[in-house]
Each structure stands twice: as C-alpha cells, then as structure tokens.
Design a protein around this ligand. Structure first.
Ligand code: AMP
Length: 171
C-alpha cells in the first residue's frame, strides 16, 4: 500500500545539530508517489473554487505549481527578501534566533480571490502565518493551508488556527 512516509527521508543534524530535516526529494523523484500525493491534496479540495495557489519558498513551490495546474488556478510565489523583481509587500516573522521576512508581489492577488496556501512542512507555523498575513494584506480569502507534513510537537497549527489546515502526514 502507498504510504507517503516511505518517500520522506530523515536527515539528522541538518542544516544544524538537533534538527531532523525532512527531505522530500525521494517523493519528488517518483512520479507515481508525487501523483498520489497530489490526488490526496485534491481530495481535500473537492467542490472548492481556488483562484490562486500560494507556494512558500522554496520547497512549497513544487506541489503548489502542480496543484495550481490541477485546480486551473494561478501560482503565486511567496519568497525570501530580495528575490522578487517587482514591487512587493513584506511580512516579518520570528525565528528561534532572530527574524526573517517573506515577500509577495503587490499585484499577485486581487481582492476577494480564493487562495490555497501550500508548503512542504508545517513546523512552528511562523512561516505559514506570515504567508497568511501577506495574502490577507492583498485582500485574498484563505480557503485552506495544506502541507505534505506537520511536525505536531511544534504546534504550528495553533499559529494558523483561524484557517482550515490539512496535512497529509503528521510526525
Ligand atoms: P516553521 O515556520 O517553523 O513552521 O517552518 C516551516 C518552514 O521551514 C517550511 O518552509 C519548511 O520547509 C521548513 N522546515 C522547518 N522544519 C523543517 C524540517 N524539519 N525539515 C524540512 N523543512 C523544515
């Protein structure tokens, strides 16, 4: 039986000591596993009209673009500062040590558009919460936030509890 977990590789102490990095490249290398994961995401979106899929840099881009095509929606990248060439809106968020910033093009979403937000991993939730704020700054209506996996013990869901959250697997 197909199990997404079989395609996620744990890399201990990457990018630094104490972190177990969830490597999704084995999943992406397998077209059947990628297709099954895509279908699993779509099963949670039946009947929902989505105008734009927002993918969070960088591992959120892979499934966000696939989902956008399947949903006949546009794809919008949310990126680290200095990567987007046009005018942007910014949102800063806290990390374990310090702060980081996410940006989106200011014309990427129109008021009232129905938005799906996607990333590979929901950990503490800071990244996803910042992406949600950016979408709302532009007037988008967040229909769902979805993730390949959620690290339950970090309680990221609490930071985005105002939205419907779907994760295909939990650790
Ligand atoms: P957070 O803001 O703490 O929810 O972190 C989520 C972001 O960091 C996502 O964009 C993930 O790609 C990345 N991330 C956090 N923890 C991990 C992990 N253990 N393995 C792989 N990526 C991670």
């Amino acid at each position: 039986m197909f199990k997404i977990q079989d395609y996620i590789r744990d890399i201990k102490d990457f990018p630094r000591e104490g972190i177990v990095y969830k490597d999704i490249t084995p999943l992406l290398q397998d077209p059947a596993a990628t297709r099954k994961s895509l279908e699993a995401f779509l099963s949670f979106l039946e009947g929902e009209k989505i105008d734009k899929v927002v993918g969070i840099e960088s591992r959120g881009f892979f499934f966000a673009t696939l989902l956008a095509q399947e949903l006949n929606a546009g794809f919008v990248p949310v990126r680290k500062p200095g990567k987007l060439p046009y005018k942007t809106h910014q949102e800063s968020y806290s990390l374990e040590y310090g702060k980081d910033i996410l940006e989106v093009h200011c014309d990427a979403i129109e008021k009232g558009e129905r938005i799906l937000i996607h990333d590979d991993v929901l950990a503490t939730g800071g990244t996803a919460a910042a992406a949600c704020k950016l979408v709302e700054k532009l007037g988008g209506e967040i229909v769902q936030c979805n993730f390949l996996m959620e690290l339950d013990f970090l309680k990221g869901k609490e930071k985005i509890s105002a939205y419907k959250v779907v994760s295909l697997i939990s650790y």
